[in-house]
Design a binder for this molecule. Structure first.
Ligand code: URA
Length: 268
């Protein structure tokens, strides 16, 4: 795949010499200004081994690397990458207006997601559970969703059988791509039969209600849909509703999957 550059590489380095402690911490993704003030108040932030108590303390650019939370160095990052184990019952939307009174993911994410403009990558239906990625990295966000990059999404689906149990003809039909109504067809996918009414499905694009429409075309109705992975990122032991920062190795693997292979981890 052709190499592409990422704006992280082109971004001019800020020449600011000193910055307020609370601003540095909020920019690193630890939380909103309010959240990080709490960390400071609780004596959890140190600089070169010394506990810091003043959120307004000016920190030199070259001292930023010595900041620790609970004695662990803080990685100061501007672009942030998270996963959520989405629970059922939440709309993939960040604000209440979009939800019109229904719970949204905006109710589950910490406040700093709003300050840092961290948003979900694509949508899962209200009743769908499983892996949902979040980022404020516009380039990666676009590529993860674009059909051009053929990023695999794997789901486990349980169905009510309206016509016939999962069979080899279903596997072939999914592999070829199917008419899913409204003049659309699904791209080629992979169906692995687990039981007569349960299967694993991998798709390389994300059309509206695509899994449900494929299942309908196969004579089945989805009763439970759960996303196991998105590109190289898999759901592990995260509890329902849990959100966690992706590990640097996971971020690098997403960059590679999206053809952004000339960049390492975007640390400031
Ligand atoms: N396809 C669907 O039909 N629903 C989802 O939530 C995700 C993919």
């Amino acid at each position: 795949m052709k190499k592409s550059s990422h704006p992280i590489l082109k971004k001019p380095v800020k020449q600011e010499k000193k910055m307020r402690l609370d601003r540095i911490l909020a920019n690193s993704g630890l939380g909103s200004r309010k959240d990080v003030k709490k960390l400071i108040k609780n004596a959890r932030i140190s600089l070169d081994g010394q506990i810091l108590t003043d959120p307004g303390r000016k920190i030199d650019e070259d001292q930023k690397d010595l900041l620790c939370l609970d004695n662990e160095p803080i990685r100061v990052q501007e672009w942030l990458y998270y996963l959520m184990h989405k629970p059922a019952g939440y709309l993939t939307a960040m604000n209440q207006t979009e939800g019109m009174g229904t719970a949204t993911l905006g109710d589950l994410v910490p406040d700093f997601f709003f300050h840092k403009k961290i948003v979900p990558v694509g949508r899962l239906d209200k009743d769908t559970t499983g892996l949902l990625l979040f980022t404020n990295d516009g380039i990666l966000h676009h590529r993860l969703l674009s059909p051009k990059y053929k990023i695999p999404r794997t789901y486990e689906v349980s169905v009510k059988i309206l016509d016939h149990c999962f069979n080899e003809d279903d596997v072939k039909a999914v592999a070829l791509g199917m008419d899913i109504g409204s003049g659309e067809s699904s791209g080629p996918g992979e169906l692995t039969i687990l039981e007569s009414d349960r299967a694993r499905l991998t798709l390389y694009e994300g059309k509206y209600h695509e899994v449900k429409r494929i299942m309908e075309a196969l004579g089945k109705k989805v009763v439970h849909l759960h996303r196991l992975s998105y590109g190289p990122i898999r759901l592990g032991n995260e509890k329902t509703g849990q959100i966690r920062l992706l590990e640097p190795v996971e971020v690098t693997s997403m960059f590679l999957a999206c053809g952004l292979d000339d960049i390492s981890i975007p640390l400031n």
